[in-house]
Design a protein around this ligand. Structure first.
Ligand code: FAD
Length: 106
């Protein structure tokens, strides 16, 4: 069975990095690819119950892929839903881009 924690960290890195590289003004084809990607991701994720919960989340909270900011925030909120489920601290989604695209400024 997969190491759920290591798989999770690697997967969130990939998912947030994809939203960070997503266009500010995606074409309809890019929006459609993003939508298919996250839906397939939920179906194929190697931690089965994680993927099932992710699919349920997508039924409750429609995936938003209209722009980089929409997609990035949607992913941040999806990650927070898992954080809450696991009793972890939630992340301030105003900072998603600073964390995953532009880098922290100190
Ligand atoms: P992670 O939660 O992996 O986060 C990695 C880094 O992302 C953090 O250090 C922080 O810098 C940043 N971050 C944290 N929150 C956010 C946010 N909201 N937005 C942007 N950046 C953020 N594990 C289970 O045990 N049960 C499950 O049901 C489960 N479901 C999962 C579903 C999915 C789709 C994925 C990808 C993972 C799931 N996991 C699940 C794994 C779990 O979410 C964590 O990845 C794992 O517990 C390791 O946690 P971590 O504390 O190292 O940080």
């Amino acid at each position: 069975p997969p190491d759920v924690e290591a798989l999770g960290r690697a997967s969130w890195t990939l998912l947030h990095s994809i939203t960070a590289a997503y266009p500010e003004k995606p074409t309809l084809a890019e929006q459609s690819s993003a939508m298919s990607f996250v839906k397939s991701f939920g179906k194929l994720y190697p931690c089965t119950w994680c993927g099932e919960d992710f699919q349920k989340y997508m039924e409750r909270e429609k995936v938003r892929v209209g722009s980089r900011d929409e997609f990035g925030r949607w992913m941040c909120e999806a990650h927070n839903d898992v954080n809450v489920k696991l009793g972890k601290k939630t992340f301030d989604c105003d900072k998603w881009e600073e964390r995953w695209r532009t880098g922290w400024k100190n």
